[in-house]
Design a protein around this ligand. Structure first.
Ligand SMILES: C[S@@+](CC[C@H](N)C(=O)[O-])C[C@H]1O[C@@H](n2cnc3c(N)ncnc32)[C@H](O)[C@@H]1O
Length: 237
């Protein structure tokens, strides 16, 4: 991958003024999008994998949400050998790239996170760690609702709980997420510069850093709190 990544081009001068309104909506109205059949199947397989490997469902779980080619999933599995690590991405192309064998404690799943997260919460999953590594920024002001903190699925992400870690090359994204996080949970999270110090968890992290871009991150320890989510998690079939 070449080190020529462009910096974020946005028409925003500061945090989007509609963040609070979007979050309020997400807290008030249930997400009615039906769960896609392919994600229901993918989740069922992931659940089988998780349950078959964890003694009575007790092994700590790590979710790598939007894992891309899965390098971070592999690295996290090596770093946390006593955890089960599930990387989720909707891109079959990215997931199919050969980046070496997967460890016994790692799984890559092709699924839409909007559905996967809801199924995970409905199944009672409580990840110990939950990574959102360099999510698509959707930097145009008009695309706020596609950023995770502007999306109706936000309460589900936060309700899963655990140590949530977000990294981005766009400071505003992390600042807006922190604002939304505080609005939903009352948790104040620091937005801090992130210096990988030669250890890159993902290809995007490596690419942005090599291009001289600043990186930002936020961490928050969240309780498992399904009550944050309004209405039914998924529509009945
Ligand atoms: C900018 S890439 C970052 C990939 C990886 N985390 C990294 O840092 O190298 C964002 C990833 O999120 C995935 N993604 C975006 N929206 C998604 C969704 N709704 N469900 C699953 N994956 C999604 C994309 O397919 C893409 O691989």
């Amino acid at each position: 991958m070449q080190a020529t990544s462009r910096t974020i081009a946005t028409n925003q001068l500061g945090p989007h003024r509609d963040v609070a309104r979007r979050v309020e909506r997400a807290l008030r109205y249930p997400l009615r999008k039906p769960v896609a059949e392919h994600t229901r199947e993918a989740f069922a397989q992931a659940q089988d994998w998780y349950e078959s490997r964890s003694g009575r469902g007790q092994s700590p779980l790590i979710l790598d949400a939007g894992c891309g080619v899965g390098l971070s999933t592999r690295q996290l599995a090596a770093r946390y050998e006593d955890h089960l690590v599930i990387g989720v991405d909707r891109s079959a192309d990215r997931l199919s790239r050969d980046h070496g064998a997967l460890a016994e404690n790692a799984l890559l799943v092709r699924a839409d996170l909007v559905d996967f997260w809801r199924l995970a919460l409905a199944a009672g999953w409580q990840p110990a760690r939950h990574y959102l590594l360099y999510p698509n920024p959707y930097p145009k002001s008009a695309h706020l609702k596609q950023r995770w903190h502007g999306h109706p699925v936000l309460p589900v992400i936060l309700a899963l709980g655990g140590r949530l870690e977000l990294r981005s090359n766009w400071r505003l994204y992390v600042e807006e997420f922190a604002q939304a996080l505080e609005q939903v949970t009352g948790t104040v999270a620091l937005v801090e510069p992130w210096e990988p110090a030669g250890h890159f968890l993902t290809p995007f992290e490596r690419k942005y850093h090599a291009s001289g871009q600043s990186l930002w991150r936020l961490q928050a320890d969240l309780p498992h709190a399904p009550e944050l989510v309004p209405g039914p998690l998924t529509e009945e079939r």
